[in-house]
Design a protein around this ligand. Structure first.
Ligand code: CAA
Length: 382
C-alpha cells in the first residue's frame, strides 16, 4: 500500500489546516458553550470547496478523491469536531449518497447547491425505536397517484435544524420489512415538514441535531432516490462511506488532544522536572502516538480502497471502530496528563473528551461496527 500523499492531497491538507487553525479553532469554545450552529464558517468552507469534496465539478463539488476528504476532515475536526460533523454529514451522507443513487435531474436540483456549500444537506434514517436496528423504521410513505404521502417521526438528525434538503428513508411496504423501504429527497420548505427542538448534547454542541416530523408531506415519485425496495441497502451503502469520514473526525480529535498533551508535558513542572521527563507520562504519549498512527493507517487504507472502487465495508468499519475508540482513549489520557487543567474549561481538552464520545455512537455504534466486521470477515474467509 502506498500512502505517499500526492501534491494535490498535500495542498488540500495544508489549505484546510490553515483555514481551520485561523478561522475555526479560535471560535470553537464559544460556539460549543452557546450550542450555536457556526453558519458563517460553514459557508466559508463551502466557498473553499470543502462541502462537496468528492463530488465532480459539474455537480458543484471539488472533484477530489477520498483521501483528500479524509485529510480535510482530520484538519477541520482537529480545530473543532462540531464543524467536522457538519462537513462529514454534508459530504458523505448527503452528497455522496445523492451522487451515487440520484437521477441526473435530482443531482442538478439538489446536489449542485449542497455540494457547492450554498445549501445544507442532512440524512435521516434513525427513529425513536430504531437506532442500531435501522431496518425497523415506522415512518410510512404511501403511494397515491404520482406522489407519496409521508407520515412519521425521525430522530437524531444531524444538521436537521438547518437543513435545506434531507435524504429520508421510509417504509413503503411494511410487510416486506427492509425490502419494503425507499429513499426520498425532502425539501424542507414544503408543507407537512416540521422540525423538533434542537437537542441539548454532551459534545459536538455547535452541530445542530433535532427530530423531524412528517404530517401528510407529499413527495412526487420523481423525488424518490433509487428504486422502491432499495432504501435500506442505499442507507447502508451510504453509511459505509460515512464511517470513513467519522473515523477521520475521531482522528482529528485524537491528534489535537495528543499535540496538546505533548506541549503540556514539555512545559509543566513537578518534583523539579518537566512532567515529560517522567516515564509515567512518556508511556502515555508513546501509546497515544502509536494508536493514532494505527488509526490513520486504517483510515487511509479504507479511503484508498474506496477511491480504487473496491469493496470497503469492512475496512470502513475497522477504521471507524479503531479511530473512535482511540479518540476516546487518547482524550481520556489527555485529561490525565493535564491534571486539573484538563478538567477545566480554560483549555480545550475537556471539549475534545466530550466530542470524542459521539464517534463511538453515531453512524453505527462500536458494537455495530464489530458486527459488520465479523460478518464481512466470515463471508471473506469461507
Ligand atoms: N451495503 C449494501 N447493502 C448492505 C450493506 C451494505 N454495507 N449491509 C447490508 N446490506 C444489505 C444486505 O446484503 C441485505 O440484503 P438482502 O436483503 O438482499 O440479503 C440487507 O441489506 C439486510 O442486511 P442485514 O441482514 O445485514 O441487516 P440487519 O438488519 O442485520 O442490519 C446492521 C445490519 C449492520 C446491524 C445495520 O442495521 C446497521 O448498520 N445498523 C446501524 C445503523 C446506523 O449506523 N445508524 C446511524 C444512522 S446515521 C447517524 O448516525 C445520524 C447522523 O446524522 C450522523
Amino acid at each position: 500500500m502506498d500512502f505517499e500523499l500526492s501534491d494535490e492531497q498535500k495542498q488540500i491538507r495544508d489549505l484546510t489546516r490553515e483555514f481551520a487553525q485561523k478561522e475555526i479553532a479560535p471560535i470553537a469554545a464559544e460556539y460549543d458553550a452557546r450550542g450555536e450552529f457556526p453558519r458563517e464558517t460553514i459557508m466559508k468552507l463551502g466557498e473553499l470547496g470543502l462541502m462537496g469534496i468528492e463530488i465532480p465539478v459539474e455537480y458543484g463539488g471539488a472533484g477530489l478523491d477520498t483521501l483528500c476528504y479524509v485529510l480535510a476532515m482530520e484538519e477541520i475536526s482537529k480545530a473543532d469536531a462540531s464543524h467536522g460533523t457538519i462537513v462529514s454529514v454534508n459530504n458523505s451522507l448527503f452528497c455522496n449518497g445523492l451522487y451515487k443513487f440520484g437521477t441526473k435531474e435530482q443531482k442538478e436540483k439538489y446536489l449542485v447547491p449542497v455540494a457547492s456549500g450554498k445549501k445544507i444537506g442532512a440524512y435521516s434514517l434513525t427513529e425513536p425505536q430504531s437506532g442500531s436496528d435501522a431496518g425497523n423504521m415506522k415512518t410510512r410513505a404511501v403511494l397515491n397517484g404520482d406522489a407519496y404521502t409521508i407520515n412519521g417521526r425521525k430522530s437524531w438528525v444531524t444538521s436537521g435544524p438547518v437543513a435545506d434538503f434531507v435524504l429520508l428513508f421510509a417504509m413503503v411496504k411494511p410487510e416486506l420489512a427492509h425490502k419494503g423501504t425507499a429513499a426520498f429527497m425532502i425539501d424542507t420548505t414544503q408543507p407537512g415538514f416540521e422540525r423538533g427542538k434542537v437537542e441539548p448534547k454532551l459534545g459536538i454542541r455547535a452541530s445542530a441535531t433535532c427530530e423531524l416530523f412528517f404530517d401528510n408531506y407529499r413527495v412526487p415519485v420523481t423525488e424518490r432516490v433509487g428504486q422502491e425496495g432499495d432504501g435500506f441497502k442505499i442507507a447502508m451503502s451510504i453509511l459505509d462511506a460515512g464511517r470513513i469520514g467519522i473515523a477521520a473526525q475521531a482522528l482529528g480529535i485524537a491528534q489535537a488532544a495528543f499535540e496538546a498533551s505533548v506541549k503540556y508535558a514539555k512545559e509543566r513542572e513537578a518534583f523539579g522536572s518537566k512532567i515529560g521527563d517522567f516515564q509515567a507520562i512518556q508511556w502515555i504519549l508513546a501509546d497515544m502516538s502509536t494508536r493514532i498512527e494505527a488509526a490513520r493507517l486504517l483510515i487511509y487504507n479504507a479511503a484508498l480502497k474506496k477511491t480504487r472502487g473496491e469493496k470497503f465495508t469492512r475496512d470502513a468499519s475497522m477504521a471507524k471502530l479503531y479511530a473512535s475508540e482511540t479518540a476516546m482513549w487518547v482524550t481520556t489520557k489527555a485529561i490525565q496528563v493535564h491534571g486539573g487543567m484538563g478538567y477545566s474549561k480554560e483549555l480545550p481538552i475537556e471539549r475534545y473528551f466530550r466530542d470524542a464520545k459521539i464517534t463511538e455512537i453515531y453512524e453505527g455504534t462500536s458494537e455495530i461496527q464489530r458486527i459488520v466486521i465479523a460478518r464481512e470477515t466470515l463471508k471473506q474467509f469461507v
